[in-house]
Design a binder for this molecule. Structure first.
Ligand code: MSP
Length: 646
């Protein structure tokens, strides 16, 4: 049986951050679970490359849209590969095959009478090239705040209004179509209001799919984008079945209307089957705000992968966040979860169990006559399967950890280290039972965890000496007692080495700063202009420059220094355990209170110096022009505290 699932296709006006990775990782985990249930699962993702915003980003980078999208789409593809995600097809909307599908669907809808030419009269922002629905003449643009203009444009319209009743009926008859419930209610409330026809072509833009009509019409980016789900699998089969309709569209909550109202209407208009389910997840927040490029608070996956592995990130996201709700990311919480659950929990149980089998039974799994833990293990298999079917990953993982901690307790109770010292048959039998039980529980847990921790589960699997490949194990065949006595186990080192919090966070921040600079260069961001009055100074080598440790800091407090008009006494956090004390000669240029919370650049490895009795542990960097007030170096983009300047 086939199972076709999709992630949204991502805009190429930006590069991936862990908010996007969240959706794609969840999709990958679902795919792996479905395969374990016996489905032929297919996962697609891709890039949404048309429209004004992408066109503008390309312009800003000084590149043609096509060239720009080639670079950015490459970044998305590379990120998913680097995270080891099982993407079967990657769709780019600039692909001619996709253009063909879009035109085909447009024509189907048109010949069924659902597309008509009309005049759009409404408010338009000339700065953002944006139609502002529901705005009245004179209203400001919601994006830039400048006044909108009333425009009239010849467009093609989709008769969305005609689908209102059918859509309401459909949603009412299929209560599981949109999940979670809150989103379904939102969709129904929207449908119960007035549903206006939708303008689906534009003449004001050029970077898009030409509509199969007279004149210079380009297809509206959402009509184009949704059809990518179809392009990905048109005429494709899995297990002898056509892949369309999709079994699951996994999306973020803010694009629910496009998926639960527009998309079904387009498909109905073209007489095509509707997808089976839409699940809208919440947002990943960072510093209490949605992680996004425009807010400048993004965290990328690569630095995290380098420190805790792709599985460490997967585990955090699936364990910490209830699918459908917003969740917060922080470096501390990430490392906390890694150390407590993976290094101390699963990793520790695996290494203890395997080393005891090495030590007490020459590395061979012993036979067992007991049944301890078997009931709980069977219960866990049921609970995890159910949780996963309901997309309750966090609950499923919790159930596995309950099993792991029960095994930990059982080992402590049995005290195999004491049993090993007793030669009598009963003690030896008990030792066999204990070791078998621990190893068998580990085997069961490894299978149940493999959709979330594919790389690490495979390592534990190998350590257990299992012959059958882990990815061919099917859930319905999983039962207690299938571990073969006599099987040799292997020792291939710790799967989750413990990580030092401070070091790990510093490393991730450093990598983040480095990668963000690399990506800016890759996207062709122009270097800033040279100040006119800068005199070239004597050249130094890169090694000389490398000796200066400059970091991003945030000002925690600022006070005047008694008896010194020019000095301020600052406390600056540069992501070290203690903030730095810095005495800076900037009092004439800045009021102390305006500095609090401001990001500044600190030279962190200057020899400490005493000024007015205060030891200054660094220097704050400012531009200084003869006869003028100093101006602090700062950043336009948000940048993590502690990042190094290179
Ligand atoms: N291109 C459209 C989707 C078209 S689908 C036919 C789009 N692209 S997007 O790049 O802006 O967003 C893609 C997905 O990433 C959305 O589902 C969005 O919710 C998700 N996320 C973007 N930032 C996110 C977080 N901070 N957290 C979780 N998901 C986030 O919309």
């Amino acid at each position: 049986m086939k199972y076709y699932l999709t992630t949204p296709i991502y805009y190429t006006n930006g590069t991936p951050h862990i908010g996007h990775a969240y959706c794609t990782i969840v999709a990958d985990a679902i795919k792996r679970f479905k395969i374990m249930q016996g489905y032929d699962a297919v996962l697609t993702t891709g890039t949404d490359e048309h429209g004004v915003n992408v066109e503008r980003s390309a312009q800003a980078a000084g590149k043609a849209p096509r060239e720009f999208c080639d670079i950015v789409a490459g970044e998305w593809r590379r990120t998913w590969k680097m995270l080891g995600l099982g993407i079967d097809r990657f769709i780019r909307t600039s692909d001619p095959r996709h253009h063909e599908t879009v035109r085909w669907l447009f024509e189907r809808c048109r010949s069924n009478g659902y597309i008509y030419p009309g005049k759009y009269t409404g408010q338009y922002c000339i700065f953002d090239n944006l139609y502002v629905n529901d705005a009245k003449p004179g209203d400001p643009c919601p994006d830039c705040g400048r006044p909108t203009e009333t425009v009239t444009e010849e467009n093609y319209f989709f008769k969305l209004s005609q689908f209102r009743d059918r859509l309401i009926e459909f949603h009412e008859e299929n209560p599981g179509f949109v999940q979670p419930e809150t989103r379904r209610n939102e969709v129904l409330a929207f449908l119960k209001g007035e549903l206006k026809d939708l303008s689906i072509t534009r003449t004001s833009i050029t970077w898009g799919i030409p509509a199969p009509v007279e004149g210079k019409h380009v297809i509206y980016v959402w009509f184009d984008a949704l059809i990518a789900y179809l392009t990905a699998v048109r005429d494709q089969q899995a297990g002898g079945e056509p892949l369309w309709p999709a079994d699951l569209h996994l999306i973020g909550k803010e694009i629910i209307r496009f998926h639960a109202v527009f998309w079904p209407a387009f498909l109905m208009a073209a007489d095509l089957p509707l997808p089976k389910k839409i699940f809208a997840h919440g947002w990943l927040l960072f510093e209490e705000d949605k992680m996004s490029k425009s807010r400048g608070n993004i965290v990328r996956a690569e630095p995290i992968r380098q420190v805790v592995g792709a599985d460490g990130l997967r585990y955090f996201l699936l364990r910490e966040i209830v699918l459908g709700q917003d969740g917060s990311f922080s470096y501390d919480a990430l490392i906390g979860r890694y150390n407590s659950d993976l290094a101390n929990g699963l990793g520790n149980l695996a290494s203890r169990t395997l080393s005891m089998i090495q030590q007490y039974r020459d590395g061979l799994v012993p036979p067992s006559s007991g049944a301890a833990i078997s009931g709980l293990a069977r219960e866990t298999i049921r609970a995890v399967t159910l949780a996963w079917e309901r997309f309750e990953f966090s609950k499923g993982l919790e159930a596995v950890w309950n099993l792991l901690s029960a095994v930990d307790k059982y080992i402590v109770q049995q005290a195999p280290w004491t049993l090993a010292k007793k030669a009598d048959a009963h003690s030896q039998q008990q030792l066999d039972d204990t070791l078998y039980t621990a190893a068998e529980a580990l085997r069961v847990a490894t299978i149940l965890l493999s959709p979330v921790l594919p790389e690490s589960a495979a390592k534990i699997w190998t350590q257990l000496g299992m012959k059958e490949p882990l990815d061919s194990v099917k859930l319905k065949a999983l039962d207690w007692g299938q571990l073969t006595p006599g099987q040799p186990v292997q020792n291939i080192g710790p799967v989750f080495p413990r990580i030092d919090l401070t070091e790990a966070v510093a490393k991730m921040r450093e990598l983040e700063a480095q990668i963000s600079a690399e990506q800016a260069a890759l996207l062709g961001k122009k270097p800033s202009e040279q100040p006119k009055n800068a005199q070239p100074s004597e050249t130094i080598s890169i090694e000389d420059f490398g000796k200066v440790d400059m970091r991003v800091g945030v000002v925690l407090s600022a006070e005047p220094v008694k008896g010194a008009d020019k000095l301020l006494h600052l406390k600056v956090d540069i992501a070290e355990p203690q903030p730095r004390t810095i005495v800076a000669g900037i009092a004439e240029a800045y009021q102390p209170e305006v500095l609090i919370g401001r990001k500044v650049v600190i030279v962190a490895n200057l020899q400490p110096r005493k000024l007015r009795g205060i030891t200054s542990e660094g220097m704050i960097v400012a531009a200084s022009i003869e006869g003028q007030k100093p101006v602090l170096a700062s950043f336009l983009e948000d940048i993590p505290t502690g990042a190094r300047l290179k």
